[in-house]
Design a protein around this ligand. Structure first.
Ligand code: OFO
Length: 172
């Protein structure tokens, strides 16, 4: 069993991850309405990634003998100015989640909880990828500007994103 402080912080992270899923689903809805099905698909896969992250924390809390306590989720942002604005917001959100994961890791160090330090290393790596994925799309969108042909090409490319392995396992 881990300490109550760490238990609470892990529970908070269940909330942050599920809230991330909800935010990305809202972004997908905006992109679907904007007739950008590839962009929307990318965001729906991101939603699945966040659900998978939620379950990693959920399962870990259970494995350590803790009880998962779900918290209320507020309304996510629903209006955006453009696809660029969506991905800038996604990048800013990932940077916040990185800070949450880093704070959790620091707490696991303070509490001398070695299994949690090992568990969190996966998330530390994952956050590098999460920030890079959103950051790359922001950079591309800035480069193409309002060029409709380039936006359509990017829409096709983002429509190829594959679901996370964890999501396949959940569905199997
Ligand atoms: Fe769970 O990594 Fe994004 O938020």
């Amino acid at each position: 069993m881990f300490t109550e402080k760490l238990h609470q912080a892990m529970n908070d992270q269940v909330h942050h991850e599920f809230e991330s899923a909800y935010i990305y689903l809202s972004m997908a809805a905006y992109l679907d309405e904007a007739n950008l099905p590839g962009f929307a698909h990318w965001m729906k896969i991101q939603y699945q990634e966040e659900v998978a992250h939620t379950f990693k924390f959920y399962d870990y809390i259970n494995e350590r003998g803790g009880r998962v306590e779900l918290q209320p989720i507020g309304q996510p942002p629903i209006e955006f100015d453009s696809p660029l604005h969506v991905f800038q917001a996604a990048l800013a959100h990932e940077q916040k989640i990185t800070a949450d994961i880093n704070a959790l890791y620091e707490l696991a160090l303070e509490e001398k909880d070695y299994p949690s330090q090992i568990f969190l290393q996966w998330f530390i790596d994952e956050q590098v990828e999460e920030e890079q994925n959103a950051g790359d799309i922001v950079a591309t969108l800035k480069m193409v500007g309002d060029n409709p042909h380039a936006i359509l090409m990017l829409d096709r490319e983002l429509g190829q994103r594959q679901p996370p392995v964890e999501a396949n396992a959940e569905q199997a």
